[in-house]
Design a protein. Sequence first.
Length: 383
Amino acid sequence: MILLFTAIILYLLYLFLEHRQNEAARRSFLHVIHVNGIRGKTGTCRTLDAVLRAKYKVFTKTTGTDAAVIDTEGREIPIRRIGPASIGEQIRILRRAHREGADILVIECMAVNPVLQKAAQEQIVKGDISVITNVRYDHILDMGETREEIAESLSAVIPDHGLLVTADPEAEQHFGDACRRKNTELISCPSDGDASDNVRIARVIASRLGIGDAEFNAQLSRIHEDFGASRMYEVSGPDGIPYHFLNLFSVNDPESTEANFRKALKDFPEGTSPSGVCFLYHHRTDRPDRALLFARHFFPLHPDIPLYLCGPGLPLPKRLFAEAGVKDIRILPLPRTKRGYSDPGAALRFLPNLPEGTLLVGIGNIKGYAHTLIEQLNQGDTI
């Protein structure tokens, strides 16, 4: 009994000291910027990181395709995890940023469940400036099926007596009441057809923190690009015929995918247009909700465009997309071994043969084969 009582006392003492340490780390920052939203969180973190370095010592943590930190010296360091991700990781980030003497911590919300988002904001991160990039259809199993439910889930990061910045065009409808309840200022910077959401959000925050337009613009070239960012590549199928490949794997939600696809067609190289278009949807068995959302909100807009499917568990997306009206669905076989693809160029060799000048658009999910494909494309591998 005495040993049990002693163990309990020691554990409670440990929790108390850990709490004191966390509180001391949090108080050391001038500001903590907590970034949430459906799309663009990582890009916003990286933009804020670059522009705020014009005046401050910044430490940034992103979740993104591959979790990473950008330390106060501007070095990007991957986060290596043993086991699944946990919001407890944010505690270690706070302490690390404190040890490096950061003035500002920019930290991406890594929780999807609204209860965990609330815990991360109120018990760990305690951001005084929060960002909700936008409200779009994704993570419906955790956040809810409607925009209103998703917005309410994202609102868990709104600070008390702080600042909320968002690029969502329905900011007042989604967040106005919550901000008033918390005595928090709401600033909306919806699309103006010029700068990206990331840049508009970062400009608002930078201005608040005393960084002028000239300093802001000078820092934009220093943004660390996230792995898997949207990009056009020149590729060839196994028959050697060249065509274009647009990587939208990490865009994820159907609304953002549609917007990026339309922009790519508008900005096609040298004012030309592709000779044809095909989609390549990469599926994940742990993200059936994403396939459902694409079936509801994306593929009904493109029933006549041929669709290739790849990844595990393809019967589900094949059925959903056929029910959505897609007329031409083809399976892209991806032979694997326990160690992954058999050699460094294997991911590229699984690409389909397409007519010259075709645009193949990669969509859906980036984890798995899509990640390997983009990694090899970024390395300049060819088949």
